[in-house]
Structure formats: C-alpha cells, structure tokens
Design a protein around this ligand. Structure first.
Ligand code: ZN
Length: 315
C-alpha cells in the first residue's frame, strides 16, 4: 500500500503579480523562492513561495495575471489552503493581518484555533497553530522566524463527489481518516507538514477556474523511483495519469479524481536550489533551458514582480 507524506505544493490562479508578491512575501512573510514562467504559457509568471529552503510541503505557487477573469470557488477545487504557524503565534498574526487591513476571523475547528482570511484576489486561506512541523528560518520584514509560517497545515477539498474523494485519499494516496466534525471529514498523512486534509461532506455548486481559485494540489513522492511507482499505482487504481513531466524543480504527473479536483504527484527532488545559489533564490527570473532563447521576448511581456518589505514593516 502506497502512502504520500502529504502536500507537496498547491497552485492557484490570481491577479496582478506585484499584489501577489506583496501579500505572500510582504504580509505573510513567505520567501519568494522561485520566479519563473508557466512552462505551458511562458508569457505569464509562475511564482513559488515557501520556507527558506523552499522545502516540499511549504510551496504555494501562483499563475498571476492582471487580466485574469475572476473565478468562482466551488466543488471540484481546493476550497481553503491552510498554513501552519508556531504555537502561541496566532495573536501576532491577528495583529499583523489587522495592521495590513486584512479582514480576519478566528474560530475553532477540530479543536484547533484557526484564523481565516482571504488573499487580495479572493483565495480562502487560514492559519492554524501546531507544534509539529520544522520551524521556518526565514525572516522577512516584520515576520521573524519565531512567528514565521512553517508551511502547509493542509487543505479543505470541495468535492463534486465527496464519498469518492474520501476513498481516493484513503485507498489511492494512503491518508488515514481520523475525525469527523460538522460538515467535514478529516484525513491525516504520515508527514509532519501539509499532512491534514478536510473534505466537505456536502457538495457545492461547481467552481469555475479563474483568479482567486486553486488550479491543483500536488502530493509528495519521495524520489524519482517512488514517482514511477506512484504512476503505476494510480494506473492500477483505474485512473489515467499523464506521462512524467519535467517541471525543472520536481517531476510531475497529473490525474483528475472523481470529485473533479486535479491531483498531481510531485517528487521531493531536485528542489529549488538546482539552478540558483540558495541565497539568491527568487531574485531573478529563471527560465528552463528550452525557454532561455526566448528570454528577451518573455521579459518584455512580464509585469514587474519583486519581493519587497512593505512600507511601515521595516524591522
Ligand atoms: Zn503543480
């Protein structure tokens, strides 16, 4: 029986790239670990945010585009992306979100204190305090490493067929069903980060892809060999995964589960330091070798997007 250790990355579509960077790097204090383009559409960015190393389980990625039409969050999508923060830091984060005029509210879910808010383009996010998960050594602006987001807590899935999605989590990905509360069933994986997935039991109206919605969620494979065996495993379970695609920082396969959500399996290696000095990650536009000859044209169409400390947030 195969099991994933948890979420590798989550990829969403949003609006203006600088607004995206200012929120995830400026407000949330994540590190912009890679500035590249969408390999399938090189006229748009693909921005990756994470902990200092850009470790699997911490990577939130975006296709930002100022002209993107607004999407609608609904079934067939990840509904909420959850980040994990150190225990005792919720009050810091509430104060910080208030300071940047980010409307937020606190509640208890599955016995945990959770802070809910939206990003500037409408993505639903939450912060949850947990002891588990390695501390993030990255400090940025007013967020030092004692409060820094450690990575993903998990995600809430909005399924078009919740029972089937529950089954995929358990029988294909190897999650364990651990709890049920109100309209949600909770699953856990074996990892210490990105290890908690909630599935909403009732089906919502179908979502539509666009700004402010999640495009797909990726689960971790340990290495390239494990990845090949995931592909076989998924085929044996009756799905039609794509062939292995080189995403430069990991290898990927994709398949759509019965609830309509696009799942990916991504390898932990080689990671984001493969084409940049670790201290320089995120500062320059990196292109894969096959797009390097088009650099001038690509740079001409991309809007500015720099990681910067926000005004009034200097330490
Ligand atoms: Zn992906």
């Amino acid at each position: 029986m195969k099991h994933t250790t948890g979420i590798h990355h989550i990829t969403a579509i949003v609006g203006n790239p600088q607004e995206n960077v200012d929120f995830y790097s400026g407000v949330l204090g994540l590190r912009l670990v890679k500035k590249t383009v969408n390999f399938d559409d090189p006229g748009t960015y693909h921005l990756y945010f994470g902990n200092e190393e850009g470790a699997p389980g911490t990577i939130m990625t975006f296709f930002p585009w100022s002209n993107a039409h607004q999407g609608r969050i609904g079934s067939g999508q990840v509904g909420v992306t959850s980040f994990v923060i150190p225990e005792g830091s919720l009050a810091f984060w509430k104060q910080r979100l208030d300071k940047f005029n980010v409307t937020n509210s606190e509640r208890i879910r599955f016995g945990e204190r959770v802070l809910e808010f939206d990003d500037p383009h409408g993505l639903h996010l939450e912060l949850v305090e947990r002891e588990e998960g390695e501390r993030n050594t990255w400090s940025f602006g007013g967020v030092d490493s004692s409060h820094a987001i450690k990575g993903f807590g998990g995600a809430t899935l909005l399924s078009g067929h919740p029972e089937a999605t529950n089954k995929v989590l358990e029988e294909v990905l190897g999650f364990k069903r651990v709890a049920e509360e109100g309209d949600f069933v909770r699953f856990k994986s074996s990892g210490t980060i990105g290890n908690t997935v909630d599935v909403k039991k009732t089906r919502l109206q179908a979502g539509s892809l666009g700004s402010g919605t999640v495009h797909h969620i990726a689960w971790r494979a340990n290495d390239f060999e494990d990845h090949e065996s995931w592909r076989t495993h998924i085929e044996e379970k009756g799905y039609k995964p794509t062939s292995v695609i080189d995403r430069q920082y990991f290898n990927a396969i994709y398949f759509r589960e019965e609830g309509g959500i696009l799942f990916e399996i991504a390898t932990d290696p080689p990671g984001f330091a493969r084409d940049e000095d670790p201290t320089e990650m995120g500062k320059n536009l990196l292109l894969p070798p096959w797009l390097e000859e088009k650099r001038t044209q690509i740079e001409r169409v991309l809007e500015p997007a720099e990681s910067r400390v926000l005004e009034g947030d200097e330490v």
